[in-house]
Structure formats: C-alpha cells, structure tokens
Write a protein that binds this ligand. Sequence first.
Ligand SMILES: [Ca+2]
Ligand SMILES: [Ca+2]
Ligand SMILES: [Ca+2]
Length: 380
Amino acid sequence: MRTRFSLLLGGILLAACQSDPPKTEQEAVSKEAVVKTDSTAAPAKTDSVPTIGSPKLLFTLDDAHNTPDGLALAPNGNLILSVPNLADNSKPAVLMQIVGDSLKPYLSNLPVEPSTKKAAPMDLTFGPDGNLYYAENQYENSKDFKSRLMKVAVKNGKPGTITTAVDGFALANAVVWKGNTIYVTDSQWDMPNNDKGSAIMHFTLAELNKGTVHLKPKTMDPHVLAVFSTTPNETQVDNGADGLDYDSKGNFYTGSFGDGRLYKVSLKPDGSLDKQEILKLSGKPIPCVDGLIIDRTTDKMYVCNSRENAIEVVDLRNNNAVTTLAQNGDTDGTGGRLDQPAEVLLKGKRLYVSDFDKPEKHFVNSKSDAPHTMSVIDLP
Ligand SMILES: [Ca+2]
Ligand SMILES: [Ca+2]
Ligand SMILES: [Ca+2]
C-alpha cells in the first residue's frame, strides 16, 4: 500500500506541476479536486477529475460540422479531418483539410451507403498508392454489417472518384497502412456465439486493386487477423477494438472502447498472426481506449481515454508506464480544453486532438455542446 500511495502522491505532484494556474472559478475547483482524487475510486465523477496539462484551441467548427473524428497526414503536410457528424447527422458528413491553423473544405460529396442513406467517415490514411482510404461507421445507422472501407482516388493532390474498397464491416473504425497492407479495426465484429466481438482485418493493395472485397459477416472471414471480446462495464458499451497503430518493431496495438483493454498483436514474417496478448500497464489503468498513435522514434503511444476526458501516454519501452498528458473535467471545449478526445495525430512535436464530444453513460463529458473544437498539445 505504501508503494501505491507514493505512486499516487507522485501523480498528484506531477499533475500539479503540469497544470497552468487556474484562470476561472471552474478551473480552480477542478485544480483543488486534484488532491482529493483517489486512484482506487470509481472513475468518471466530474467533480473528482483533475485538470492536467494545457491543451490549446486549434479552431472551432460550426454546427454543420459537429463531430470531428479521424486525422490523416497528407503527403503535402496538410492534415485531412473526417467529420462524421454522428452527434447530429442531419448534417452531411464531410472531409475537411487543415492547412496550418485553418480549416478548408476537402470533400463534401461523400457517397452515402445505399440502405442507410448516410456517409460516416471515421479514421483515414493515405496508402502507398497515394490514394486516401477512410473507414466508415454505419453502426449507428444499421447493425446489419453496412460499414465500409472507402477509397478516394487522389491525383496531383486533388481528391477525385470515391469507390468502395471493402464492404460488410459492422463498425469499421481505425485504419493504418504498413507496407502494402492496410489494417482496419472492426469494433463490432460479432460472431454467432459472441455478440461482444471485435477484430483487426487486413487487406493487401493488390487485392483491393482487383475490385471491391465483400466480407462474410458472422464468420472468421479470411481477412480477420485477430479477434477480441469485450467485457462491458457500467457504461454498457460493447464496442471493442478501436484505435490502431504499430511500433518500431512492427508490433500492432489496439485498444477496446468498451473495457479499455490494450492489446499487442505480433505477426509472423508471412504476415499471419503470431500471438496476441493483453498489455500489462503500470502506473494507472485506462478504462476506455479510442484513437491512438505511436511515435515510432520513441515508442510512446498516445491514447485517447474518451471516458475520462484525457490523453494518456503509454511508454512501450519502459514497462508500459502510463502517464496522463492532458485531462479536463466536463467541458464544452471552450479554449481547447478536452471535450471527449477521439483521435490523435502527431506531426513533429504537435499532437492534434479531435474533440468528438458525443458521450456515453458514465463519461466525464456529459453532453454534446457547442463549440465543436479541435485541440493541440505541443510536446516538450
Ligand atoms: Ca456487439
Ligand atoms: Ca463541445
Ligand atoms: Ca461537451
């Protein structure tokens, strides 16, 4: 217990050192609350959430762009941002472009899925062919495996025709290319005997170039690389594998949105599954994993802890030690304070954060609200 206490105290001191002086009454209250926080207490009580770090506002979006999510680094250094508008999808989903500190249109005519009549872009990434690929989350519109992987043909830096690369996902979520293979998480890949399933799928560029791949739902489709099972907690969310990236040695990492488990997935030289294991963390638990990115120069993993309104850092070279880079209480996002971070992208020393702001039960963030925001954190 002594060890636990000193760890806790260290966390408090660290938290206090990283915080700016309180500027408002609300900040002062949440700063005061730092010393009352008990790492063993049930998470996600707003009045016990510490304020850590100082995320800054990148920009605000209007009500027609109410739910920012995925981020991709374009070959020209700009970022592409997906705006699925899941908080209010009466507004069409679009892709935007972040140029410096400003936001510009990129694609506003995304093809809708024929039965749901909605487009729902989530994570996105440029392929080795120079084209842009985005995962689609139709799960909120239909539970009947209507989600897709979409391909935007890019010519001379300009987006053109959009086609369906893969269909038959339940909830396609994160995407990452490694070499000529794209890896995609499906957060709801249920099986006949498991309605808490999720998976990492993989597809080669050569296969995608032959035409649309049709997955076989409720089977161990040959594109399934690894499967997971979520153990829902009091949030009652059974979404599984979410964020996805790989480290400097080529090991993949994903995490479960519903129960926060982080997984390490290793491949054989032929690209098939070698082994998967639950990552043992030190320092503090993470109850919910959304988007994540790994800085392969340091093997530090930046994880969106959506439920606790925080960005966590997992040091994969140091006992998987977890430290909190930034955290806020229940905010509306004003000033760039975290408002349920969903996705992170590291460019140089700047961490870009999408504030998804669409809470589940028992989340620190209590409601979707204007302003709709993107935050940035400048790393030391
Ligand atoms: Ca399920
Ligand atoms: Ca907000
Ligand atoms: Ca909010």
